[in-house]
Design a protein around this ligand. Structure first.
Ligand code: FES
Ligand SMILES: [Fe+2]
Length: 390
């Protein structure tokens, strides 16, 4: 992955941000948006959102997690136990982690290397290559079994930009390329994520509806209030100065770093430099990719399938191993320190209080201002996909 400074931000985005900094303005849409508070607590809405997600390609991991044929990881994807396995030809296959006898898990570890997965209930086993059912103990007692058709259930999987997309719709006609569209592809491509490895991988289980976490992460309106103080997030980017570009369902938020304000005030010619621009790409509905100077921060946010007021988050830092030096490692660890402090001591507690308030009195609506373009984009899209299709 190149450093962020060398990843071009469209010239017109930088120019627009500079205009916003000069005029103390931000991108706006035509009207505010009201989202029912019940959408953050209600079981019916939560079920509809999960049903929607189960129809979309979702990012479940990165190729570097299973580098060699036979490597595997297991994942819980919206309540569905998955087994993701690297094949001999380098491709990645996803199986349901479910024995075809009576439903046991065929793999219990989170990750590892295996040629054969075995269900420990009654000993049925499957090749990691293709998921084929192997000869069984007491085979003739099960009636005729066609081993070509009795393997592990497969779920459609595609790798794009090194990210593993699993699509539980199994729709053969929709590719990840179609789903992302050319604009999102063009935004991800320069990071070279397919050559990256995972530097850090952290998970959080939180008493928060997943959308509140997304709202907080794609919000350009809170840094100076919720993250004040020298060195904290609020001192690094400007508040309420942003450009949002919609790319179909997805979108990208651009925010000026604080330094840009001083440079604009000094009258220096900045050209189209993207050096002073922070950006966050939202891959609908629940992933975010954020370019930092020497790594890429990658979030996925997962609703709980049993409780609308809970979610789990996974934050990974991706880096190009060949450019890692001890100094860079120290810098990336420092970035994690700043991010995790802001997230765990400021963002998550605030979002948990919102959740508590929503649950206590789930009437009325939350209001998203004309300047809250990115959150509006997410909620409008969810409404289109859930309410208009229903
Ligand atoms: S459930 Fe797996 S062997 Fe019986
Ligand atoms: Fe924040």
């Amino acid at each position: 992955m190149r450093t962020e400074a060398s990843v071009a931000v469209d010239t017109d985005v930088v120019e627009r941000l500079i205009e916003h900094v000069r005029n103390d303005t931000t991108d706006m849409v035509d009207s505010e948006l009201h989202v029912p508070i019940s959408h953050f607590v209600g079981e019916e809405r939560a079920k509809a959102e999960i049903a929607l997600m189960r129809r979309l390609p979702l990012i479940v991991g990165h190729v570097s997690e299973l580098p060699r044929p036979g490597d595997f990881v297991t994942r819980d994807l919206l309540g569905v136990a998955l087994l993701i396995s690297r094949q001999e030809d380098g491709s990645i296959m996803t199986f349901r982690n479910m024995c075809k006898h009576r439903g046991g898990r065929v793999e219990q570890k989170e990750s590892g290397h295996r040629r054969i997965f075995m269900c420990r209930y009654h000993g049925w086993s499957y090749n990691s290559e293709g998921g084929r059912l192997r000869p069984l103990p007491y085979e003739d007692s099960y009636g005729p079994i066609d081993h070509d058709c009795a393997g592990l259930d497969r779920i459609k999987t595609e790798v794009r930009h090194g990210l593993i997309f699993v699509d539980m719709s199994n729709d053969p006609d929709r590719t990840v390329e179609d789903y992302l569209g050319p604009d999102v592809d063009a935004q991800i491509e320069p990071w070279g994520l397919e050559r990256a490895t995972i530097f850090l991988d952290k998970g959080f289980d939180l008493p928060i509806n997943w959308k509140l976490v997304m709202d907080g992460a794609i919000d350009s309106l809170h840094a100076q209030y919720l993250h004040p103080g020298p060195g904290n997030v609020g001192s690094r980017t400007l508040t309420n100065v942003a450009v949002f570009r919609a790319f179909g369902r997805h979108g990208k938020l651009f925010q000026p770093r604080t330094k840009l304000k001083a440079l604009v005030a000094s009258g220096e010619d900045l050209g189209a430099s993207s050096k002073y621009v922070a950006s966050l790409l939202m891959v609908y509905p629940n992933a975010m990719v954020i370019g930092a100077p020497d790594h890429v921060e990658f979030w996925t946010v997962w609703p709980s399938t049993t409780d609308p007021s809970h979610c789990s988050i996974r934050i990974r830092f991706l880096v190009r191993p060949e450019i890692l030096s001890p100094e860079m490692e120290a810098r990336i660890n420092k970035s994690w320190e700043i991010l995790s402090k802001a997230a765990t001591t400021e963002d998550f507690p605030m979002e948990a209080w919102i959740q508590q308030n929503a649950q206590a009195w789930p009437d009325g609506t939350f209001r998203y201002g004309r300047n809250e373009v990115s959150a509006q984009h997410l909620h409008h899209q969810l409404a289109r996909d859930i309410d208009e299709v229903a």
